[in-house]
Design a protein around this ligand. Structure first.
Ligand SMILES: [Zn+2]
Length: 254
């Protein structure tokens, strides 16, 4: 969990006091490649806060990098980050720039985590850049420009620089990152001759694999046996005991 600092959060008399409708999470990058130190998020937040009473005040709800996230506008209220879409977005977040792949990976993970967290809070679907104006979900500033108002195209160019495609971004928004989805094991269902493809497979005396037989088949061994069912999966029964039928360990020859 990334730490959220309120050091530069706007005061109650600053920015918009209007509540936003819960339609879009809008995502940006800061587009400021001269600011990519470990304080890149902090610097952007500080700048927004300092300029809130200036001629062209602009701010979002949060800026994040690899080190920390900074809240500026209070989530739930309108922020001035995406023109005519502001009233439909209770949470706009910006990815601050960094200077290495390692730092990018961390900052990107934080970015995704916060997008998903606030989408959940406001019950906004985890779809990305889907449909036209009125289609609720997570939206890039680019989507806002194309479908509602404006001419910004962030954050794609910056993400691509570090190897994240639009497709990958949509996937990560939907499923999150960090939690590797374990590949589901597949088990052979037919066959009577098998070859060991892992370094080795253990032989067990019983089908539940509670009792190790003391023998193993090395990689490349050809084994005759037959498939037997064990609950929802299968095993291979050989003449000296049971081995796994997981396709990670064995392949079928015949
Ligand atoms: Zn933007």
């Amino acid at each position: 969990m990334v730490k959220v600092s309120k050091e530069f959060a706007l005061s109650t008399n600053q920015g918009s006091g209007d509540k936003a409708r819960h339609n879009y999470i809008i995502i940006h990058d800061t587009a400021n490649d001269t600011n990519k130190s470990k304080d890149s998020a902090k610097n952007e937040a500080s700048y927004m806060k300092r300029n809130i009473n200036g001629q062209y005040p602009a701010y979002t709800h949060m800026i994040v990098n690899d080190v920390a996230a900074y809240e500026v506008g209070e989530p739930g209220y309108v922020a001035w980050g995406a023109g005519n879409a502001n009233y439909d977005s209770p949470f706009q977040i910006e990815l601050a720039h960094v200077d290495s792949q390692v730092r990018f990976n961390k900052s990107y993970a934080n970015f995704i985590e916060l997008i998903r967290k606030y989408a959940k809070i406001y019950n906004i679907p985890l779809t990305f850049d889907k449909g036209k104006a009125g289609n609720r979900g997570v939206k890039s500033h680019y989507w806002v420009s194309k479908n509602i108002w404006g001419d910004h195209s962030d954050p794609f160019k910056y993400l691509e620089k570090w190897g994240i495609s639009k497709k990958q971004l949509a996937h990560d928004i939907k499923y999150g990152i960090g939690k590797k989805t374990a590949k589901k094991a597949t088990y052979l269902n037919t066959g009577n001759e098998f070859k060991v493809k892992a370094k080795y497979v253990n032989v067990y005396s019983d089908i539940s694999f509670k009792q190790y037989h003391g023998k193993k088949f090395a990689k490349g061994s050809i084994i005759t046996g037959n498939i037997v069912h064990y609950g929802s999966i299968t095993r291979i029964k050989t003449n000296c005991g049971y081995i796994s039928s997981n396709t990670k360990f064995v392949t079928k020859i015949k």
